[in-house]
Ligand binder design. Sequence first.
Ligand SMILES: NC(=O)c1ccc[n+]([C@@H]2O[C@H](COP(=O)([O-])OP(=O)(O)OC[C@H]3O[C@@H](n4cnc5c(N)ncnc54)[C@H](OP(=O)(O)O)[C@@H]3O)[C@@H](O)[C@H]2O)c1
Length: 373
Amino acid sequence: MRTAIVTGASGFIGSRLVHQLLMRGWSVHALGRPKSGKSYEDRVEAAIEDIDGLPIERGILPELRCHEVDICDSNLGLSRPLSEVLPGTDAVLFHVAGDTRFNPPDPEAQRRVNIGGSLNVMRALQDSVASVVHVSTAYVAGDRQGLVLEGDLDEGQGFCNCYEKSKLDAEIEITNLCAESGLPLTITRPSIITNDTRTGRSSTFTHLNAIVEVISRIQKHYGISDGEVVSEEIRIPADPNSRPNLAPIDPIVDALLDVGVSPQGAGRTFHLSHPDPQPNSEVVFLAAEAFGVKDKIALSFVAALPEEPTWTERMLLRSLRPYLPYLNGAATFDLTNTRSIIPDYDSRFPPITHDYMMKVIEFQRHQGQDDGD
Ligand SMILES: NC(=O)c1ccc[n+]([C@@H]2O[C@H](COP(=O)([O-])OP(=O)(O)OC[C@H]3O[C@@H](n4cnc5c(N)ncnc54)[C@H](OP(=O)(O)O)[C@@H]3O)[C@@H](O)[C@H]2O)c1
């Protein structure tokens, strides 16, 4: 039985990764912190149950062991070294934990997690693992345009927010540390992850959730339902032809695992992005169709909203502001390394469809009811 150590197991990607590893017969040690009076074990199990909204498969639980750590502590605060509880040193470390906020109130605290925390994890575990898989982001490319190669890193690019810069600096520092210690390192770079294709579910707020939220707020404000509109023309401050790289979580986690456990992964970087992302115009019209207003409004795309936007347009701008750099991004991500390990990679990524959009809306509405929203 193979052993994995996973940080960030209470989060969106980490919980799904842990679940997949357990389902594939791995033994998993999850590292993270208790919160709000809940042990880390309870939090990880709840996050796994949240994937499909179903009780956890009891059979996989004996192979899940949770250890309470804060990656910002230099020795992770482990009461005893992990090497004492690991069967050998052939474990794979999947470092998934990170502070993913685009504009956190304290950017330095984010850097302590994304850079300092990553180095703490590597240093504390370097003698207990055979290899490391680091989850970075395709947006270490910042504001670059055109084709971004998997081998590209610091190309003098600018950044849309401090999150991107912290992830770039983390990649650089982790690469240096692993090179010094001789630890084989695989870097994975997902793009913008969206809801599950089968269920529309997501434990985090995704770009698609943001679009659905804007329309839901407009409906609430004006007391209207699906199929009704308040103004016939809405101007959207985005480039209609730009293709935000939205990739659903389920094929992303499968690909992360395939690349992470491949013997050909070490020393290489892999983009995990959608091979054929759709343009803004298509995504927005699919959303309009899902809300039953496609033929009732004139949606137009503008470079910037005029000085006196309508209430609806102001709301749109306020909700979508953090996402605009990504909606208007002009980078495409090379997938040569990824396809070399996963030859059927492209066929795993379906386009956004009406059916998928409906699942996202349904999930979000149920969640709103559960939250008493
Ligand atoms: N979601 C995306 O679209 C996306 C795209 C590209 C790359 N990524 C990368 O993928 C990774 C995971 O993202 P995600 O979407 O799964 O984020 P997420 O749902 O916010 O999960 C982040 C995880 O990191 C953990 N963490 C944060 N600070 C920690 C600390 N000081 N000590 C221990 N654990 C800590 C969190 O634990 P708590 O639950 O205790 O806070 C949580 O388990 C990140 O590194 C991110 O940069 C994400």
